[in-house]
Design a protein around this ligand. Structure first.
Ligand code: BTN
Length: 279
């Protein structure tokens, strides 16, 4: 994991203040989530702490929140830039009734909920870059990192990590992400209430997770598909052992990405990085 830049600066301004969990809880009536909050000024990673809690039997619905992360994790071993008081870094412990092979559906479900929540606060309809990147205006605004523990029959727990750039100004972003990242405040031209956003996110996540548990992913797939930003585009898919080029078709009923190949065949992708390529 690369360390933070030594000259890394963060956007602590007089307006920044700790998140009020009490305000988040006020008026919130989720069915399954937000049973308990664990709030920290700083953690290495909320996913790491969430996993430790889950391994000790913490119930479904617990949410771990940190104002900053010293080793925020992204997908594929990447670093998630996590300065204090401006963004949202949280992990939700889930104990879904899913077979291990179906665990990726949690990521897709969370992406739908996250995009819905972001749309409420921003001027742009977010899109989803398979499987877990939320983009607004073509730039990354949020990401999902799910880490699961399973036995041979079922998923024991999932730690659903969510990072959202809320009041992250362009000037405060490290140069290496400035070109490809954005935030709600950049898009909306004003700061957003982190409490109001988290409350909305919990509401949307709770709703989508209940649909997944009660009706299955097929009931959410059309919503994911509406936001899929690469449909019909030529893409390169980088997997651990190889890369392929083809045209992105969409999701199958299991949440795998379907790629149409030049020879007329189709390939299901369950894990990989999807990058648009020039036509
Ligand atoms: C990605 O897009 O690569 C996923 C980013 C996920 C970042 C969040 S922030 C809260 C949680 N804790 C982590 O260490 N990572 C996730």
């Amino acid at each position: 994991m690369p360390p933070l830049e030594p000259n890394y600066c963060c956007a602590v301004t007089p307006e920044t203040r700790p998140l009020s969990i009490r305000e988040v809880e006020d008026g919130l009536a989720p069915k399954l989530l937000a049973t308990r909050f664990h709030y920290f000024e700083s953690l290495d990673s909320t996913n790491h702490y969430g996993r430790l809690l889950a391994e000790r039997g913490e119930p479904q619905g617990t949410i771990v929140i940190a104002e900053m992360q010293t080793l925020g994790r992204g997908r594929l071993g990447r670093h998630w830039v996590s300065p204090p008081y401006v963004n949202l870094y949280c992990s939700v412990i889930l104990r879904p009734t899913l077979a291990p092979a179906d665990a990726p559906r949690i990521t897709l479900t969370a992406a739908v909920a996250l995009a819905d929540a972001i749309e409420r606060f921003g001027p742009i309809a977010p899109t989803i870059k398979w499987p877990n990147d939320i983009l607004a205006g073509g730039k990354k605004i949020a990401g999902v990192l799910t880490e699961a523990a399973s036995n041979s029959q079922r998923v024991e727990f999932v730690v659903l990590g969510i990072g959202v750039n809320l009041n992250f100004s362009l000037e405060a972003m490290p140069p290496e992400i400035r070109e490809r990242a954005t935030s709600l405040s950049i898009l909306a031209g004003r700061n957003v209430s982190r409490e109001a956003f988290l409350q909305r996110l919990i509401h949307d996540l709770d709703r989508c997770y209940a649909i997944l548990e009660e009706r299955g992913f097929a009931a959410l797939a059309p919503r994911w598909d509406e936001r899929f930003d690469l449909r019909g585009r030529r893409v390169r898919v980088e997997m651990t052992d190889r890369a392929i080029i083809g045209r992105a078709v969409g999701l199958d009923a299991d949440g795998a990405l379907i790629i149409a190949l030049a020879d007329g065949g189709r390939q299901r992708i369950v894990a990989g990085d999807v990058i648009p390529v020039e036509e």
